[in-house]
Ligand binder design. Structure first.
Ligand SMILES: NC(=O)C1=CN([C@@H]2O[C@H](COP(=O)(O)OP(=O)(O)OC[C@H]3O[C@@H](n4cnc5c(N)ncnc54)[C@H](OP(=O)(O)O)[C@@H]3O)[C@@H](O)[C@H]2O)C=CC1
Ligand SMILES: Nc1nc2c(c(=O)[nH]1)N=C([C@H](O)[C@@H](O)CO)CN2
Length: 262
């Protein structure tokens, strides 16, 4: 059950004392590995972050809706895969039940899963993006707060998008649901402090999709002052900053190559 305000205040007192006595140890030096759950991380940005965190010694669990065929021959190293589809409340709660039943102790929860749809399929697209960008993070945060390791300050990180704050003429529902995600992040930061830090990373272009036309790519690159397709490592670097910094919560980290300068 989600933590009530009063128990949160009590814990705040205990936690404040305890927090100063806990080093931010790197994983692998702990008796049991610190566990990080990343949603929608079977490909691209999420998979890159999962592989980098696993290589750093974290125990990494990822979710996806379908296992990749290549994993038959090349299984993901040191990464556990849980199947989860956030398009329905039942699907979200099935993941929560699995995590609860297995008594997983989380160091961090990274909400990376996302649909990037334009508005051609209006209501259906809005509903799907509401579920994955808002309903899933909301229900998972409420339930998983109890799964965080009480001995270590935890992190919840929401991956949003630069357009959440400015809107997007061609991705209205996408932008609106990402803005809703950023609001959720601020509310949960207030609710879970000081036990869990809660932040957002708001990228602009990180990596193109296969099939993106050259003209589209050039237009997208021209939108930022730095004009590059940085690749997923910059998201990992932002994740690492948030994990390692004990004094950052309730913030939104811009990761946009100077998109606002043009
Ligand atoms: N790529 C970029 O340039 C940018 C990315 N971002 C954000 O960064 C994050 C990562 O981006 P990227 O790697 O491109 O993301 P992808 O478009 O590759 O999507 C990530 C994963 O989300 C999962 N997903 C989608 N819908 C659902 C659902 N209903 N239930 C469960 N999982 C779902 C999919 O997992 P599966 O199909 O395996 O189930 C997919 O692999 C996203 O939040 C994105 O919005 C922001 C700005 C730019
Ligand atoms: N879930 C996704 N969200 C976004 C993607 C993506 O591939 N999947 N891509 C973008 C674009 O790169 C955009 O930032 C520039 O065209 C945005 N969000």
């Amino acid at each position: 059950m989600p933590e009530s305000a009063s128990s949160c205040r009590t814990r705040r007192g205990e936690h404040a004392k305890m927090r100063h006595s806990i080093d931010h140890q790197t994983p692998g030096t702990m008796n049991d590995q610190q566990t990080i759950l990343i949603t929608g991380a079977a490909q691209r940005v999420g998979l890159h972050c999962a592989q980098r965190l696993a290589a750093e010694g974290f125990r990494v669990i990822i979710t996806c809706r379908r296992p990749r065929p290549q994993w038959q021959d090349e299984p993901l190293e040191n990464i556990e895969v849980l199947l989860a589809d956030f398009s329905t409340e039942v699907g979200i709660r099935q993941l929560i039940d699995t995590l609860t039943r297995r008594n997983i102790r989380l160091r961090a929860l990274i909400h990376n899963a996302s649909e990037w749809q334009n508005d051609d399929h209006a209501a259906e697209a809005f509903q799907q993006m509401f579920m994955v960008h808002m309903q899933a993070p909301y229900l998972l945060n409420l339930a998983c707060a109890e799964l965080f390791d009480p001995e270590v300050t935890g992190d919840i990180i929401h991956i949003s998008d630069h357009v959440a704050q400015r809107g997007s003429a061609n991705h209205i529902a996408y932008s609106a649901t990402k803005a809703g995600l950023e609001s959720l992040s601020r509310s949960f930061a207030a609710r879970f402090a000081p036990r869990i830090k809660v932040n957002t990373i708001a990228p602009a272009l990180i990596m193109f999709n296969e099939g993106d036309a050259e003209e589209y790519r050039e237009k997208a690159l021209a939108k930022s002052a730095l004009g590059i397709e940085p690749g997923p490592e910059v998201v990992y670097q932002a994740v690492r900053y948030l994990l390692d910094n004990p004094y950052v919560t309730g913030t939104c980290l811009d990761l946009n190559g100077g998109r606002s300068l043009k």
